[in-house]
Design a protein around this ligand. Structure first.
Ligand code: PMT
Length: 420
C-alpha cells in the first residue's frame, strides 16, 4: 500500500488507512457517544467511514451527528426505498474492507454468535466476507456472564472475529470492573494493524531519548548543549501515533499520554535507557549526550579566585548507544543521530559502524534553520545495508514520520526472517 502523510495543524501525521472503507456498526450502549471520536480518529488516518446503527443505538447517538462527522449517509433501516436497486445490507457488505462493531453490547454479540439477522446491522455483517472486529462495552457482570463469555468465544474461535478486549474501570452505572470499551486510539491502531497497513508500529515497544544532558559543575553551573528536545519529542509523537508502545527518556519536561522519564545527566539517561532496553524492539537516541562530565562536582558554588585561569577536570561519560549496540539482540533495532559540524557523511558513517547501529540520522548543526532548537531539520539517513537517503529541510515531525516508515519496514523484514 502507498505510504501517505497529511499536514494537520502544520504537523505531518500518519495516514495509513487511505483508500480503506470501514463500516462501523454501533449498537445501543452508553459508549456509543465515543463513536464520534472514533470516527474522527479513523478519518484522520485517511479511512472512509460508514456507520450502521442498531435500533437501540438511536437512543445514545443521533444519525445527524454521525453523518456530519463521518461525512457519509448513516444506515439504519433495511427496508428504506433508495436510489440503488441493490438491497442495502448487500451494498454495505461489499463496501467494507473491515467491519468494526463498537460499542458491541451483550445483545449484538449474542445475535452475531447465533446468526440472528433481525435488523440492518446484523444482516449486513452476516452478508459480508470482510474481517470483523468487535469492541465489547457493557456492565462488568454482563461481560462476566457465562452466556456472554460463550458467545464471545464463538465469535473469536468459530467465526474468527477479533475481539478488542474491554478495559477495567468505573462504568457509567458506577460499577467497577472489566467492561469499559477499549481506548479510541487502541481501537484505531488495531484497525490499522488488522488491515496490515504499511507503516504501522502497533504493539512495538520503542524507546526514544530526547534533549541535551546537563552535567553539574556546582549547584549553579553545568555543562550543557543546545538540544531543545524537539527532534526526540517529534520522534516519540510520530511513533505513538502509529500505535507504538513508546517510552521517552527526556531531559525536557513534556506532558504526553505515553510514559516520559525525566533525566538530567548522561549517567541518569544511561540508567533509564538500560532498564528499558531489554524489553524494547527499537531504541532511537536523538538526545545530545555530553561526552564528558566534571570529575568532581563541587557541593558549594565555586568562588572566583585571584587566579586568571580556572581548570575543570573532566572524565568521560558512558557512550550509551555504543554499549547497547554491543549487546543488542538480532531482532532489536538501534537508531542513532549524528550531530556534525564538518565532514557530515564520513563522520556519521564512522559512528554507524563503530557503534554497530542499524541506522544513523546525520544532521549538520552549523545551519541555524535546522538542527538544534529549530522546528525543522534536514538529514542524511545512512543505513547498515549501505543505503543513503537525503531528506531536504522539512518539519522535524515529517523527518520522524520518514524514520517511522523505515522502522516499520525493518520490523516487517525481521518478521519475515523469523517466519522462514
Ligand atoms: O533537540 P533538538 O533541538 O531538536 O535538536 C536535535 C539534535 C540536533 C540534538 C538531534 O537531531 C541530534 O543530532 N542528536 C544527536 C546529538 C549527538 O549527541 O550526536 P553525537 O554525534 O554526539 O552522538 C551520536 C549518537 O550517540 C547519538 O545518537 C547520541 O545520542 C549517542 N551518544 C552520544 C554520546 C554518549 N555519551 N552516549 C550516546 O549514546
Amino acid at each position: 500500500m502507498k505510504k501517505s502523510k497529511k499536514l494537520v495543524n502544520n504537523q505531518v501525521s500518519f495516514q495509513g488507512l487511505e483508500n480503506k472503507t470501514i463500516v462501523l456498526g454501533i449498537s445501543g450502549g452508553i459508549a456509543a457517544y465515543k463513536c464520534l471520536d472514533l470516527i474522527s480518529s479513523l478519518r484522520g488516518m485517511g479511512a472512509n467511514v460508514h456507520c450502521v446503527l442498531s435500533h437501540n443505538a438511536h437512543e445514545f447517538v443521533t444519525p445527524l451527528s454521525l453523518s456530519t462527522i463521518s461525512r457519509n449517509k448513516v444506515h439504519t433501516n433495511n427496508f428504506e426505498i433508495k436510489d440503488s436497486w441493490q438491497p442495502e445490507h448487500i451494498e454495505l457488505a461489499k463496501l467494507a474492507d473491515l467491519i468494526l462493531i463498537a460499542p458491541a453490547t451483550a445483545d449484538i454479540i449474542a445475535k452475531l454468535a447465533h446468526g440472528i439477522c433481525d435488523d440492518l446491522l446484523t444482516t449486513f455483517v452476516l452478508a459480508s466476507k470482510a474481517k470483523v472486529l468487535i469492541a465489547p462495552a457493557m456492565n462488568p457482570n454482563m461481560y462476566d456472564h457465562p452466556a456472554t463469555k460463550h458467545n464471545l468465544s464463538i465469535l473469536e474461535h468459530k467465526l474468527r472475529y477479533q475481539i478488542i478486549a474491554p478495559e477495567f474501570g468505573e462504568m457509567a452505572c458506577g460499577d467497577i470492573g472489566y467492561g469499559k470499551m477499549a481506548q479510541i486510539s487502541s481501537i484505531a491502531q488495531i484497525v490499522a494493524s488488522r488491515l496490515e497497513v504499511h507503516g504501522s508500529l502497533f504493539e512495538k515497544k520503542i524507546l526514544i531519548t530526547a534533549g541535551g544532558t546537563r552535567e553539574p559543575i556546582d549547584p549553579v553551573r553545568f555543562i550543557g548543549n543546545r538540544s531543545s528536545g524537539k527532534m526526540g519529542i517529534a520522534m516519540a509523537d510520530a511513533a505513538y501515533a502509529r500505535g507504538a508502545d513508546v517510552t521517552l527518556v527526556s531531559t525536557v519536561k513534556v506532558e504526553r499520554s505515553y510514559p516520559v522519564i525525566l533525566v538530567e545527566t548522561a549517567q541518569e539517561m544511561q540508567e533509564s535507557v538500560e532498564s528499558e532496553f531489554d524489553t524494547c524492539d527499537a531504541l532511537i537516541m536523538t538526545a545530545a549526550v555530553a561526552d564528558f562530565r566534571p570529575l568532581f562536582v563541587s557541593v558549594h558554588k565555586i568562588k572566583k579566585s585571584d587566579s586568571e585561569d580556572f581548570t575543570l577536570d573532566l572524565t568521560q561519560n558512558p557512550d550509551i548507544i555504543d554499549l547497547l549496540g554491543r549487546v543488542k539482540r538480532e531482532n532489536q533495532i538501534i537508531i542513532g543521530f549524528a550531530a556534525e559540524s564538518e565532514e557530515l557523511l564520513s563522520n556519521a558513517s564512522q559512528k554507524l559502524k563503530r557503534k554497530k547501529l542499524d541506522l544513523i540520522i546525520a544532521n549538520d548543526i552549523t545551519v541555524p534553520e535546522i538542527g538544534f532548537g529549530s522546528d525543522d531539520n534536514a538529514v542524511i539517513i545512512l543505513s547498515n545495508d549501505g543505503n543513503k537517503e537525503t531528506l531536504p529541510r522539512m518539519p522535524k515531525r515529517a523527518i520522524a514520520e520518514h524514520i517511522c516508515d523505515i522502522l516499520a519496514s525493518r520490523f516487517l523484514e525481521i518478521k519475515e526472517l523469523t517466519l522462514h
